[in-house]
Write a protein that binds this ligand. Structure first.
Ligand code: PLP
Length: 396
């Protein structure tokens, strides 16, 4: 069966009530049929649920689906994406280790690497997403235990060549850890390129409707075991309710991503024609500097488009006020289109040189393209460009 079918048909066993849809197992603990069974469960000679910090049927169903979508052996679900990122590092790294990471990281991942892991003498080296194979190779030290990256990056939409890093991993033997949140396993499966771990903020496209937080890390049984140990004893567990919501959402992930990507490409193409839009970035636009790479490692371009408006923040303000459909929010991966100005919101705290390295300018707008009808989105962006141009003219 294709993975799209399995994402719909993978399901927790039916209870005696013969329900069709998986029920919500809102229970903190599970009972033992006998003292002997309790003993066996704790000895791990018998597999089964004990306590929802360790496992829960709803959480297991969600994990099974993501493992299947990513082609991974095992996984751990967590309360948030950041808990998954941190667990994937804390479970595997020790004092004295070194991480090589792509500079274009989600803000909290940057804080974990530079502030939190640094407290335990775990050092790091940052590289640009577009660094060459020789530059990545040169950054690997004898104590480099992990290479961590996001592709496509936020908000620059730069890609890291996964096959290239897979080759370097074969040479050096580090753990290749990829945040696959922007692409989702429907568009890109890092493990196929040699990655060891794929981590997600399930809060984004996996939920896809802006309701719950969640995270997951998947990979080989060997690497997941120490991460599971870390998670079991430190407790970043995903709640059964959120797991139930996320597992249901995975049934429509393929359908939603298809529409997200179709809308994003069409909107990017229409904005590229507009004279007031200085740049449009989208991995599946032929004008994207890494278009060929995008085609090699992704099956579609994703839902995120960035544009840069002539006129800086003033124009951005006028444009955002004129938009009628999109919501202004710092989130992404929702059925509803969202726009944000990274320079003054998600990436506001970065230093000027860090912003420059990531291409974050005052006029940059990140668009998380939703599932609305594309004709309405194109018309709304066009009218907001016209209205904001008039506002700017009046100000002169
Ligand atoms: C949102 C996001 C995260 C963090 O996820 P949370 O669920 O908010 O903790 C990590 N990586 C990327 C790429 C994200 O977009």
């Amino acid at each position: 069966m294709k993975k799209q079918t399995k994402a719909i048909r993978t399901q927790t066993g039916q209870t005696q009530y013969r329900e069709h849809s998986t029920p919500l197992f809102l229970t903190s603990s599970f009972t033992f049929e006998s003292a002997e069974q309790g003993k066996e469960l704790f000895e791990e000679t018998l597999e089964g649920n004990i306590y929802s910090r360790f496992s829960n049927p709803n959480v297991t169903e969600f994990v099974d689906k993501v493992c299947m979508l990513e082609g991974a052996e095992e996984g751990i679900a967590t309360a948030t994406g950041m808990a998954a990122v941190f667990a994937s590092m804390a479970g595997l790294l020790k004092s004295g280790d070194h991480i090589v990471a792509c500079r274009a990281l989600f803000g909290s991942a940057h804080q974990i690497i530079t502030q939190i892991l640094a407290k335990w003498d775990i050092t790091h080296t940052y590289l640009d997403a577009t660094a060459t194979e020789a530059e990545w190779d040169a950054a690997i030290q004898p104590n480099t235990r992990m290479v961590y990256l996001e592709t496509p990056s936020n908000p620059g939409l730069e890609l890291v060549d996964l096959a290239m890093l897979g080759r370097l991993k074969a040479k050096h033997g580090f753990i290749l850890n990829v945040d696959n949140c922007f692409a989702t396993p429907l568009l890109q499966t890092p493990l196929d390129f040699g990655a060891d771990l794929s981590v997600h903020s399930a809060t984004k496209f996996m939920d896809g409707q802006g309701r719950v937080l969640g995270g997951i890390v998947v990979g080989s049984a060997e690497l997941i075991a120490p991460i599971r140990f870390f998670a079991r004893h430190t407790g970043p567990s995903l709640s059964p309710f959120n797991a139930w919501t996320l597992s249901k959402s995975l049934e429509t992930l393929d359908l939603r991503m298809e529409r997200h990507c179709k809308n994003a490409l069409a909107l990017a193409e229409s904005l590229e024609q507009h004279p007031d839009v200085a740049t449009v970035k989208y991995p599946f636009l032929p004008s994207h500097p890494q278009y060929e790479l995008a085609k090699r490692q992704m099956s579609a371009g994703g839902a995120i488009v960035t544009i840069e408006l002539e006129g800086g923040f003033e124009r951005v303000q006028a444009f955002m006020e004129a938009l009628e459909i999109p919501t202004l929010s710092s989130n992404l991966g929702d059925s509803r289109t969202i726009v944000t100005n990274p320079n003054t919101t998600t990436h506001a705290k970065l230093k000027p040189d860090e912003k420059k390295a990531l291409g974050i300018t005052p006029g940059l707008i990140r668009i998380s393209v939703g599932l609305e009808h594309i004709d309405d989105l194109i018309a709304d962006f066009a009218q907001a460009l016209t209205v904001s141009a008039e506002v700017m003219k009046e100000r002169v």
